[in-house]
Design a protein around this ligand. Structure first.
Ligand SMILES: [Zn+2]
Length: 375
């Protein structure tokens, strides 16, 4: 038997009584006999700071104040009376949130969560991601050694990129393009819209149309915000936010924050290919260059000439070449003059293997002034 102070709610006088926690409720030894308060009719009537005070529902004004020992007995029999309301509320919220995440994940796929986060990221958030990406990049690529035709090559590269951007309706403020020295062949875009082409890739490209195709494809990733979305998808939302906010995980997981080997999913790759075809076509260029490039990459990898970086970030080149096959517009002018192409092929300390002959004569193959229009 434990003791408690009882107020019947009619008289403002407390009496000491004996109480006993039973299976069905709390038994109170009152003057008139034993009264059972069933557990499901008991509620707390205290502020949860001082002593435990119980009341019975419906409210009659009766109160039972427990000492510590009695409270412990009651707690053992009816733990629900001692659970903090905020804990229960928190548990409900956590369960609801978990259920919502599971529903979203099941119905829409986890990937869908990355999109709204990436697309609604505030500018300073993007700037921070870009800063981290650039810091990572500095370990993986180097600035080009300056060469005699760099200015000429850069001017040709900027001109081609701007023609593609303008045709696609992408503001020049959203992108820029750099050639860097690296020991791998690849092109990629950073979260801030910087398109990066490695010198080894420039070396690998056969024609200016292939270069135009590569630039237009990367422009697609920039224009459609693929880079931020893919970064979040690759790292997981929690890790991503932790890194961006400079949390504890930053040092450990920074290595996975790597735009150089960032893999976009197949849907984004196809979308960037389609974007490239549209942009090149609207710029009056032949979109066939991208297909030609993928065809050649497929042949090279088939022949055992490894292009690991390029193939890991631009997978399935033969299927993509096939998908792009119908997009070629043969007969369109080349994306660059032979002079400009030679300057680009000489960038970053490269040696143009086939320097062009003097400026070509605008010969009978191209329709001159006054030529009859094609049917
Ligand atoms: Zn891509």
């Amino acid at each position: 038997m434990a003791r408690a102070r009882y107020v019947n709610g009619l008289a403002a006088v407390a009496v000491e009584i004996e109480v006993e926690a039973q299976r069905d409720g709390l038994a109170l030894q009152l003057e008139g006999g034993t009264q059972l308060w069933p557990w499901d009719e008991i509620a707390r009537a205290d502020d949860r700071v001082g002593p435990v005070v119980l009341k019975r529902k419906p409210e009659s004004g009766a109160r039972l104040t427990l000492d510590a020992e009695t409270a412990a007995d009651v707690r053992a029999a009816a733990p629900h009376l001692f659970r903090l309301r905020s804990q229960r509320f928190g548990l409900v919220i956590a369960l609801m949130a978990f259920a919502a995440v599971m529903t979203v994940t099941t119905v829409y796929g986890a990937a869908r969560l990355a999109e709204p986060i990436a697309r609604n990221a505030p500018p300073d958030f993007v700037a921070r991601v870009q800063m981290i990406a650039e810091a990572q990049l500095s370990y993986l690529v180097s600035p080009c050694p300056s060469g005699p035709r760099d200015a000429e090559g850069l001017a040709a590269l900027f001109d081609l990129t701007d023609r593609i951007g303008e045709a696609a309706g992408v503001s020049p403020a959203r992108y820029d393009i750099h050639v860097v020295e690296a020991d791998f062949s690849n092109a990629f875009a950073t979260p801030g819209g910087r398109i990066i082409v490695t010198d080894n890739l420039i070396d690998l490209l056969d024609t200016p149309d292939e270069l135009a195709g590569v630039i237009a494809h990367e422009m697609g990733h920039v224009a459609e915000d693929h880079v931020m979305v893919s970064l979040i998808k690759n790292m997981g939302i929690g890790v991503f936010i932790d890194i961006v906010l400079g949390g504890q995980g930053a040092g450990l997981t920074l290595a996975s924050f790597n735009v150089v080997s960032l893999r976009h999913d197949r849907g984004f790759e196809s979308a960037a290919d389609r974007f490239a075809v549209r942009a090149l076509d609207q710029a009056g260029l032949d979109p066939g260059g991208l297909a030609a490039f993928f065809r050649r990459v497929a042949e090279m990898s088939g022949a055992g000439l490894g292009l690991p970086e390029l193939l890991s970030t631009h997978p399935d080149p033969s299927r993509r070449a096939e998908a792009l096959a119908g997009a070629a517009r043969p007969g369109r002018p080349a994306a660059m003059t032979a002079q400009d192409w030679s300057a680009v092929k000489s960038m970053c300390g490269l040696e143009d293997p086939a320097p062009p002959p003097p400026a070509p004569f605008d010969g009978p193959l191209s329709p001159g002034l006054g030529a009859p229009p094609k049917p």
